[in-house]
Ligand binder design. Structure first.
Ligand SMILES: C[S@@+](CC[C@H](N)C(=O)[O-])C[C@H]1O[C@@H](n2cnc3c(N)ncnc32)[C@H](O)[C@@H]1O
Length: 268
């Protein structure tokens, strides 16, 4: 059985479904030693039978294992992977960070058979569920990496090698003291700007109003990005072909407004 060593079993246990809208912190959240603040907490990798089966049967097709550094969710600095070889072809590359149980990934990658789609997710059971869904839907243009997507983007994707980045409903970290954990910030945006090709698109969505504002501030204050929908109210984008995921549904049920953003890399 292949189980990615991506979650420290001694980390906080969080029963129930994968990835609640607000991450379960199970007490104090510890930053990764020597690597600064990260956007996730380590969770128990308990998998059910079908997830174990998916890992056994489907990892060879979908999962890219990577060398690790200090943490089991890390990507060792200097790692080089021939993505074209792993996908079996050269094609425009889209990356999703935080693909969760894969509902957006399966639909959006399936609708883009001409793209290679590389997804990063830190939670092993979610990766297993995603592989099962990809297989059942017959989607073959996806590869998954069980690792921190920030490190993955930095180590595995070259400058201007990325056609699209998807960060859909990233963990909102709604408490003020946790906001430094949010994935979308100035430093991350600089990395994205480097990896996106000229005109490449960054698609974002959130159901948290202040995170949507933060995303707009981060992107709007950078000369490297331009809003694709400046004339729509608030500069928000149409939702496009994203399916409604459980996070979006939960946000709507709680009365929150869903915001989509699509910003393009300004030509170099
Ligand atoms: C709120 S869920 C949203 C999942 C999915 N995008 C959706 O819309 O259904 C956020 C997911 O991002 C993952 N995550 C958070 N930070 C991450 C990171 N730096 N790299 C990879 N995955 C991350 C979490 O484990 C969780 O599954």
């Amino acid at each position: 059985m292949i189980v990615p060593a991506n979650v420290d079993p001694s980390g906080p246990r969080s029963p129930g479904a994968v990835g609640a809208s607000a991450p379960r912190t199970a007490g104090a959240v510890a930053d990764h030693p020597g690597r600064g603040v990260v956007s996730f907490v380590r969770r128990s990798p308990r998998m059910n039978l079908s997830q174990h089966r998916a890992m056994d049967d489907l990892a060879p097709r979908y999962l890219i294992d990577v060398p690790r550094a200090d943490m089991s969710t890390s990507v060792a600095p200097g790692t080089r992977i021939d993505l074209a070889e792993r996908f079996g072809r050269r094609a425009p590359l889209a990356v999703e960070i935080g693909s969760g149980v894969g509902d957006s990934l399966v639909a959006m990658a399936g609708a883009r058979p001409d793209m290679n789609v590389l997804a990063f997710e830190v939670y092993a059971p979610a990766i297993a569920s995603t592989m099962g869904k990809l297989d059942r839907a017959g989607v073959r243009n996806v590869r998954l990496v069980a690792a921190d997507g920030t490190e993955g983007l930095r180590e595995l994707v070259g400058t201007a090698a990325l056609a699209e980045l998807w960060t859909l409903f990233p963990d909102p970290w709604p408490k003020k003291r946790h906001r430094k954990r949010r994935l979308v910030n100035q430093v991350f945006a600089e990395l994205v700007a480097d990896r996106l090709e000229d005109g490449g698109l960054w698609r974002l969505a959130t159901d948290w109003a202040d995170y949507a504002e933060q995303m707009t501030e981060v992107l709007g204050s950078s000369p490297l990005f331009a809003n694709r929908y400046p004339d729509l109210p608030g500069g928000w984008a149409p939702r496009g072909d994203r399916p409604v995921t459980r996070f979006e549904r939960r946000g709507m049920e709680a009365g929150r407004t869903i915001r989509d953003l699509v910003w393009a890399r300004v030509p170099r």
